[in-house]
Design a protein around this ligand. Structure first.
Ligand code: HEM
Length: 518
């Protein structure tokens, strides 16, 4: 009898502890954090139990996605981050909101943003992501690892993006682009009119091209061999998007729900394809090669001492570069094409520059790129207005000071890039206009603050692929402009930028192209 009472007491205690824990997470912690920020003059929308502000965010985003913008409008911040726009006008530029029970403070001051992103003491770490999103690139890949693991991976991976490697990659970029342009030419020759024109959905074309480039240049495979990885990643991405504005309950990712079964299946499929690519490299080359995959495999096969990378880490790095390497670049090329279709004067200026520096057909080499100053300015302006990343986030790993603000441990700091990139106090009264000349004296002098453009981020975690992207974008745009003219956006084009992990056109980008005389 005593034993039964004892066990019942234990059970009651455990239940009591769970209830207490839930009370702390759902009620007490939000109350304390809200008060701590309020004492510093920071407020925001009211915390609602369990959901925080997620229901409002979902509603505002749903409404904003119903509308489309005028194609000449670059004011995309209210469409993509409608909740930030509303709350900034109500509570000021720095405000507190709740992603479920997770406090988030939005900070758009470039000096504070730089301090957060450049912090080398580990006070601000990558913020937690939903498990589905983490699976896209892997928890053991460069994007999500921290501390000594990150240092080790970054050191191994940096040589894959050295100047010498980029030169070799340029040849691959040229070949892949030529393949795409050859297909366009064949379509042109089917046209019978004197002024043949072709219609292309450019977002799809660029997704395919950038996938081909990364698969060939980093993995020595090709679009065809890498296609299963891309397909699984795109499907997985589709599974992630609806969950982004839902409350995450830890543990639910292990439940045997239909959605989890689908996610697990896609993850297995993706890894199976990656393993096939790895196996074929291991069998075919004794020194594994010098591209990204070769560098990763050498880190696995280190003789004597311990392995520098496990096979699981290599697979996650492959996922990272398959995903990071094509999605963002495809969007950059898509939005730049849209801008050049709308701004024919700039398209002509770029063509003139290209003809002057590279002629009409000459194959590009890495030396030519430094001469394409106007092209550089146009790409920077495109990254400012339509950069693929809408916001960056970091979590305070300890309670810390940021400027005059005390940030409690566990708070996520969000830096809304879209807002900063269109801020008139930073960029001047024409901040919403396409004006590449603002970059004439370099990126750091284009605005009132040297770090006003954070498209590639700054500090130790800045984009490892930024030189690769710039070379790829210049190669592709140069080769297209040498051979084709973007005549106009098609009538059916709807200007609807949307954030599906990266900013892309909700309904694609149909463009009319005209081949130039040989
Ligand atoms: C227009 C194209 C691109 C843009 C705007 C871009 C932007 C960014 C940004 C903002 C970050 C920092 C994220 C954060 O701190 O939370 C980042 C990180 C990263 N990017 Fe890119 N990226 C682009 C293309 C690429 C490409 C082509 C690759 C690979 C070939 C790549 C690989 C990575 C990786 C691995 C990281 C994580 C770096 C680390 O944490 O050490 N990115 N990128």
């Amino acid at each position: 009898m005593e034993l039964v009472i004892f066990l019942a007491l234990i059970v009651l205690l455990l239940i009591g502890l769970r209830i207490f824990e839930a009370f702390v997470i759902l009620v007490w912690h939000p109350f304390v954090v809200t008060r701590r920020f309020k004492n510093q003059g920071i407020s925001g929308p009211k915390y609602r139990i369990f959901h925080g502000n997620l229901s409002e965010i979902k509603k505002m985003k749903r409404e904003s996605h119903l509308s489309t913008l005028d194609p000449s409008s670059n004011d995309i911040f209210p469409r993509i981050l409608p909740h930030y726009q509303r709350w900034m006008s109500q509570y000021g530029e720095t405000f507190l909101y709740w992603n479920g029970t997770e406090p988030r403070v939005c900070i758009s001051d470039p000096e504070l943003a730089k301090n957060i992103l450049s912090n080398k003491l580990g006070f601000f770490v990558k913020s937690k992501m939903r498990p589905e999103v983490v699976k896209l690139v892997g928890s053991k890949g460069l994007v999500f690892i921290e501390g000594s693991d990150w240092v080790r991976h970054r050191r191994i991976l940096n040589p894959a993006f050295s100047i010498d490697r980029l030169k070799i990659m340029t040849t691959v970029m040229v070949d892949c682009t030529l393949k795409m342009l050859e297909e366009w030419r064949k379509e042109k020759s089917k046209e019978e009119t004197a002024q043949p024109m072709i219609k292309k959905e450019m977002h799809r074309e660029f997704q395919r091209l950038t996938a081909d480039v990364i698969a060939t240049s980093a993995f020595g495979s090709s679009y065809v061999e890498g296609i299963e990885v891309f397909r699984s990643q795109m499907e997985l991405k589709k599974c992630c998007i609806p969950s982004l504005n839902k409350v995450f309950i830890p543990g639910t990712q292990y439940l045997p729900t239909p959605s989890n079964f689908r996610i697990w299946k896609l993850e297995r499929k993706m890894d199976k394809s990656i393993k096939r690519i790895i196996r074929s490299r291991l069998e075919s080359q004794s020194d594994y090669g010098d591209d990204l995959l070769g560098i990763l495999l050498k880190a696995y096969k280190t003789e004597g001492n311990e392995r520098k990378m496990s096979i699981e880490e290599i697979i996650h790095e492959c996922r990272t570069f398959f995903f990071g390497g094509h999605e963002t670049t495809a969007n950059l090329l898509t939005w730049t094409t849209m801008l050049l279709s709308l701004h024919q004067d700039w398209q002509e200026k770029l063509r003139e520059e290209i003809f002057k520096e590279c002629g009409k057909q000459k194959t590009l080499d890495s030396e030519t790129f430094s001469k394409l100053k106007l092209m550089n300015m146009v790409i920077m302006e495109s990254l400012r207005l339509y950069g693929p990343t809408s916001a960056l986030a970091r979590e305070a790993s300890v309670s810390t000071k940021l400027g005059d603000l005390e940030i409690p441990k566990g708070t996520t700091v969000v830096i809304p890039l879209l807002k900063m990139h269109s801020d008139k106090t930073l960029w001047g009264s024409d901040a919403d206009k396409f004006n590449p000349t603002r970059f004439a004296n370099g990126v750091s002098r284009a605005a009132n603050h040297p770090n006003a453009l954070l498209a590639f981020s700054v500090g130790p975690r800045a984009c490892i692929g930024q030189n690769f992207v710039m070379i790829e974008a210049k190669t592709v745009l140069t080769m297209i402009l040498q051979r084709f003219r973007f005549i106009s956006l098609c009538d059916e084009y709807k200007h609807a930028p949307v954030d599906h992990l990266t900013i892309q056109p909700q309904y694609g980008l149909p463009v009319m192209l005209q081949p130039l005389e040989d």
